[in-house]
Design a protein around this ligand. Structure first.
Ligand SMILES: Cc1cc2nc3c(=O)[nH]c(=O)nc-3n(C[C@H](O)[C@H](O)[C@H](O)COP(=O)(O)OP(=O)(O)OC[C@H]3O[C@@H](n4cnc5c(N)ncnc54)[C@H](O)[C@@H]3O)c2cc1C
Length: 449
């Protein structure tokens, strides 16, 4: 028997590793582990991600049952659970899809050692991205660190190998894996094995509404013109958390994006691969600024101001609306992510890592690579970042992207009343001048030393 271990690929269809496992012909036992190494560290027992994952695992188990099989879902420590499975079943092999985050890499190494003891192969496959870092390299070798040349090379790479799908020529890299074709090789299910409930794992349900797996045709058709306006309902696809947890296939999303007349949406999806490429090639960015000199900036790190930012009480309407949207629904519009992040690192002079950590705790679509990339972009410290001297003016951002204050009023009901602060925590001109002075001095000194 072969084990297939689901992680950030919570779907049956078009699943690279599962397809490979099934194709061997050996009966496949699918498993999922609610990882206590992660869950025990979460700051709150009401966590929308855990809830989303739990619901998705229940859905996944149903998909397996529809094929006469079943999913075994465990709650515990992966190495211990895999040791038990190894000892109980002596599987022929364990298959999975690759995860590029440092914790996952260390965990997989420990699992490999455990399986090696019994000469059980541990196979892992690319599924979460279209291209891994070593597949899109500069002509002279080495990873790209700037998005535009990366994107161009990425597109060339996509065009290199062609295949057919439903009679159409498509890139080999986007062709779906027909998992269903080999569903007969799944281990037959007996009595349905229950998926641990949130309560059994010590969590409380939140009633959060999860956006659907597909954006509407209308949304995608107008995406290029609506994507920057946070008040626009359905102005963006809202699929980020599905991509994060693999409840949808990135190949399918790319294929759909390629059929659109305008390619803005397609290029946004490539940003996701770009940030994964940066994390894979430079794992040090998890703790350090990609541009090391940015780690010499003397942050103010005022805890009270940080708390006000977290709670959406800065007196800057767009920042407050964004933070409250994040705190309420676990998602924030991309334009507002940029504005809130910029306000924290530039106007408040608070270390980007503080903001990154807060987003990591709150975002339903939290993905280390994109979050770190987004934060280091805002701070100016990233591989392809906004230069430090470009500082968002929140007044002009307001006029440009939410001129009627529709978004602000949706999330900050007391805006325009006496209950709303009359002055921002840090006023734009003062904050901008201070940031320019502090950044410039630190970076100049670091470069000269
Ligand atoms: C400070 C900051 C932190 C961020 N943290 C995350 C995060 O933890 N997880 C995350 O998935 N995205 C993150 N992003 C990127 C972006 O804001 C979200 O992907 C987007 O808002 C999700 O909404 P959507 O699915 O409607 O996006 P759409 O605009 O519909 O885009 C479609 C998809 O393209 C990808 N994408 C779009 N923009 C980006 C981008 N700038 N970087 C990487 N991928 C992108 C996402 O997978 C997204 O779902 C962050 C951006 C910033 C500025």
């Amino acid at each position: 028997m072969t084990i297939f271990w689901h992680r950030r690929d919570l779907r049956f269809s078009d699943n690279a590793g599962l397809y490979r496992a099934l194709k061997t012909g050996d009966p496949v036992l699918p498993i999922f582990i609610f990882d206590r190494n992660i869950l025990d560290k979460l700051p709150s027992k009401t966590d929308v991600r855990v809830e989303f994952i739990q619901r998705s695992v229940v859905e996944l188990a149903e998909a397996y049952r529809a094929h006469g099989s079943d999913l075994r879902a465990y709650y515990g420590h992966p190495v211990e659970i895999l040791r038990e499975l190894r000892d109980a079943h002596q599987p022929t092999a364990v298959y999975t899809n690759r995860d590029y985050e440092p914790y996952a890499i260390a965990r997989d190494l420990a699992v490999k050692e455990l399986l090696d003891e019994h000469d059980i192969p541990f196979y892992h496959f690319k599924d979460h991205v279209i291209f891994e870092s070593d597949e899109v390299q500069k002509q002279a070798g080495g990873p790209y660190t700037v998005y535009t040349p990366y994107m161009k090379r990425w597109r060339k790479q996509l065009a290199t190998r062609m295949s057919t799908y439903e009679g159409e020529d498509i890139s080999y890299y986007l062709k779906p894996y027909p998992t269903e074709k080999y569903a007969g090789n799944l281990l037959p299910g007996k009595a349905p094995s229950p998926v641990p409930t949130l309560e059994e794992m010590g969590f409380t349900p939140t009633e959060i509404e999860i956006p659907p797996k597909e954006a509407s045709d209308e949304t995608l058709k107008h995406y290029h013109s609506t994507r920057d306006y946070p008040a626009t309902t359905d102005g963006t696809s809202r699929i980020s958390h599905h991509l994060r947890h693999g409840t949808v296939s990135i190949r399918a999303k790319m294929l759909r994006a390629m059929q659109l007349e305008d390619d803005t949406f397609f290029r946004e999806l490539i940003w996701r691969d770009f940030y994964s490429n940066v994390l894979q090639a430079f794992p040090r960015v998890v703790d350090e600024s990609y541009r090391r000199e940015y780690d010499t900036i003397p942050w103010v790190n005022d805890e009270e101001q940080f708390q006000a930012w977290c709670e959406g009480r800065t007196g800057v309407p767009l920042v407050d609306a964004g933070m409250r949207q994040l705190n309420t629904i676990g998602w924030m519009h991309n334009r507002v992510r940029m504005i809130t992040a910029s306000y924290l690192v530039k106007h408040l002079l608070i270390d980007w890592r503080w903001g990154e950590g807060y987003f990591a705790d709150k975002l339903l679509d939290y993905e280390l690579a994109s979050n770190n990339g987004g934060w280091q972009w805002a701070a100016g410290s990233g591989a392809d970042a906004q230069p430090y001297f470009r500082i968002f003016n929140h007044h002009s951002q307001q006029v440009k992207f939410d001129k009627d204050y529709a978004y602000v009023k949706e999330w900050v009901p007391e805006y325009d009343t006496d209950d709303y602060p009359s002055e921002p925590l840090v006023e734009h001109k003062f904050g901008r001048d201070r940031a320019l002075r502090v950044y410039k001095k630190a970076l100049t000194e670091a470069r000269e030393s």
